[in-house]
Design a protein around this ligand. Structure first.
Ligand SMILES: Cc1cc2nc3c(=O)[nH]c(=O)nc-3n(C[C@H](O)[C@H](O)[C@H](O)COP(=O)(O)O)c2cc1C
Length: 487
């Protein structure tokens, strides 16, 4: 319906421009309008240095085995950036309890290599700064020459092997929750490394998983994507100029539809990060019961938990959560101090074990992280189908915006064209009367002198020419309005 509206407008614009340009040599306008009918759904690519993702979507890393090589490669094959999450990845290994560090490294390396076999697209990894083996995991990612490392849960500032990162062609993107944190990271990178990160991810308060906000901030409009994105963009601009590079901003948290993607890009981001929607895909690496928890949940089920890591988190609330909140403490063995700040003896439960149980589909022994919009998901689909749904949604949103602007232009153009037609008729009649008056002066009406008639004829012609120019201006305005879509 909405597309039809634009098609209709394009038709009217063509008709009006046909009328106007009958007398003008504006062939390009006609062929341009014809070309517009051939436009295919498209969206802007996401560029991070020499990396170009034709689909401007980063699949958010989902720890403890939810985004591994299966999901990441499928997203990369669909033109986006696929991300393998390193967090507690060793829980996939049998010997995690013997040597957690070693198990993490082995599983991480295997998944990166597997993903590389499955795609030629862009593969990134997500490493939490707060984990005890952050530096080992980062070294491994650099060694394996992943395309990009996303770093969240802490500020990636000190002790980074930036020289090695650059030598191996690896990009770095911190995950932040404020313009202040962005400023701090960039300022310190510049000071310590005389370099800056290649991109920034802003994870808003509607995201799934751990959140970098206080509970009060979660619903506050001042902390939402549309408010913070322009603030971060402002921080990035001078660094981009100083280091002569575009530093794209990727924003996420609650992004559900193609229209949402359009809005985030309109707010000033160059890409979006999405995780929740990728859980309900065939290729997501979690157990089917994990994915079905999304399909079966209601809006009210999705809530906030106080994670043992000391941050709020968004999850589908279940009996495990209410029981542990009420003081039930499931017995667990701490494999190793995987989080540098964790005090296992004080923790209500081990979050890595709880999330790993959920990954395996054992939901009574854990819970499922999810973004605010998980309840809207009704089916599990292939990644390609999801991306194509999002692309179409984006295209419709973009065209809708163009439609409303175009509507105003076409209306005023139509009015001008009507006035122009009247003037043209007047010019023809005046021309005839003037010619007659010259050749047969007796035909001249008594009260009108020849000079008056000539003056009127000339001034009406001038008015018509002025109007022509105005119409050309409006036509050009519609042209520029529509042109970005044709690129
Ligand atoms: C199941 C799940 C696990 C997640 N695990 C991680 C993680 O290990 N590291 C991280 O930085 N973010 C994690 N996140 C956050 C996502 O990467 C992403 O930024 C966020 O969920 C985006 O919001 P959305 O889910 O509404 O699209 C997780 C999110 C979900 C839903």
């Amino acid at each position: 319906m909405k597309i039809a509206n634009l098609e209709q407008l394009l038709g009217t614009l063509k008709k009006v421009s046909d009328d106007i340009t009958k007398t003008l040599p504006f062939k390009t306008i006609h062929s341009f309008l014809d070309d517009l009918k051939q436009i295919k759904p498209t969206w802007p690519s996401l560029r991070i240095g020499n990396l170009v993702a034709p689909t401007p979507i980063v699949q958010g890393g989902m720890g403890v085995g939810i985004s591994l090589s299966g999901l990441a490669s499928a997203v990369a094959n669909a033109g986006g950036i696929g991300v393998i999450a390193a967090n507690a990845i060793g829980l996939l290994e049998k010997d995690y309890y013997k040597d957690g560090r070693e198990a993490n490294l082995r599983a991480f390396r295997r998944e990166i290599r597997k993903a590389r076999e499955l795609t030629d697209g862009i593969i990134g990894v997500n490493i939490m700064v707060a984990v005890s083996d952050f530096h080992e995991l980062l070294d491994l990612a650099i060694e394996e020459k992943v395309d990009i490392v996303f770093m969240g849960a802490g500020l990636p500032i000190k002790g980074l092997p930036v020289e090695k990162i650059r030598k191996n062609g690896v990009k770095i993107a911190p995950i932040v929750s404020s313009a202040r944190a962005t400023e701090m990271i960039f300022k310190m990178w510049k000071k310590i490394y005389n370099d800056v990160p290649d991109a920034v991810v802003f994870e808003g308060p509607k995201a799934g998983g751990h959140l970098g906000f206080t509970e009060e901030q979660l619903d506050d409009p001042a902390f939402q994507v549309e408010a913070i994105v322009p603030e971060i963009a402002k921080v990035l601009t001078p660094y981009g100029e100083e280091f002569s590079r575009q530093i794209p901003l990727i924003a996420g948290g609650g992004v559900y539809s193609g229209e949402d993607i359009y809005q985030v890009l309109q707010a000033g981001a160059q890409g979006v990060q999405m995780a929740t929607r990728f859980v309900a895909t065939d290729e997501c690496d979690a157990d089917i019961r994990f994915k079905e928890a999304y399909i079966n949940c209601t809006k009210e089920d999705i809530g906030i938990i106080k994670s043992p890591v000391g941050m709020p988190g968004r999850a589908i609330r279940n009996k495990f959560i209410t029981d542990t909140e009420a003081g039930v403490r499931p017995a667990f063995t701490c494999a190793w101090k995987c989080l540098s700040s964790c005090k296992a003896e004080d923790a209500k439960y081990c979050i890595s074990i709880a999330l790993n149980n959920a990954r395996r589909g054992v939901l009574q022994g854990g819970f499922v992280f999810a973004g605010t919009n998980a309840y809207r998901i009704k089916e599990i689909v292939p990644v390609r189908a999801l991306i194509s749904e999002l692309a179409t949604g984006y295209w419709i949103a973009e065209r809708q915006k163009v439609s409303s602007k175009l509507e105003n232009l076409v209306t005023s153009l139509q009015k001008l064209a009507d006035r122009y037609k009247d003037l043209q008729t007047q010019v023809i009649e005046l021309g005839k009367a003037y010619e007659q008056a010259i050749t047969t002066p007796s035909a001249l009406m008594e009260k009108v002198s020849l000079s008056e008639l000539r003056e009127k004829y000339v001034s009406t012609q001038a008015k018509a020419r002025k109007l022509q120019l105005k119409m050309v201006e409006k036509l050009m305005a519609s042209w520029f309005l529509l042109e970005p879509q044709a690129v």
